[in-house]
Ligand binder design. Sequence first.
Ligand code: PGA
Length: 317
Amino acid sequence: MNITFRQLSIFEAVARLQSFTRASEELHLTQPAVSMQIKQLEQSVGLPLFEQLGKRIYLTEAGQELYRYSRSITDELNELDQVFEEMRGLQRGRLSVSVASTANYFVPRLLATFCQRHQGVTVSIDVTNRKRLLQHLMDNQTDLVVMGQPPVDIDVVAEPFLQNPLVVIAPPGHPLATARHIPLARLQGETFLIREQGSGTRSAMERFFAKYGVTLSTPLELSSNEAIKQGVQAGLGLGLLSLHTLELELALDRVVVLDVEHFPILRHWYIVHREGKRLPAVAEAFRKFVLEEARELLTGLPQVAAAATPAASAPPG
Ligand code: PGA
């Protein structure tokens, strides 16, 4: 049997993602290149590794065995990589961080300061929504994750470092724009622009409205913070977003934050890693830097007005 590491890691990605297309995207390869490698692997093994039923692909029995071994080989190789990273230390380390799309409004600022201090460090940052962040943690694909709500079903170390207030926004001319103490129930008649399934902002919003028994009528789903802000400015409806996404729009008076009962929803940003994970020196340095300095470095982000801060905060997350 003549199997290469390259074939194994391609096989691992296809098996994990159950898709040739998604694996080719993740590995930055063309789909024919991925299919060719799998075909050669099957020839070396002498057995089929995948079978296609309808639109889905499944691992054959041989595929399942190979997947089990390829996962442990990949884990061992990642660990070896981390050992070398530690040896290279902070001089030439590589930092891999996955960031919730909403946290991307401030994480680059933290990285800029960190990289200035540690000039040899290379950074790989993946910006995605909560659902994919959880997958990255499960698959041990990243050193650190910045997210708004740590998972409960994966063993992680999650350390809060900054408040993350969620607010309701409207265009400046909206009838509620100047109203004070708007009752929560008043929002029921309004069209809301909400984030896609899998977004942490969306799930915090759903938990919040469920807790207070509010049902939103006909929400419109948009797949990014930017799309929601554009929609609100255009008068499509109200939005519910992290205050940290609104720095520019508030400075330019493009949107206003509504004074709604029980708002803002007070959440936190967490820096998260798998429990028991051996963090490379550079990741450990970034973790400490975030915990010790992020608050100070990010004082320019929009703040919740003291008067708007509710006595009791929202449901966790
Ligand atoms: P997201 O942010 O809505 O961009 O997924 C993560 C979070 O707020 O938990």
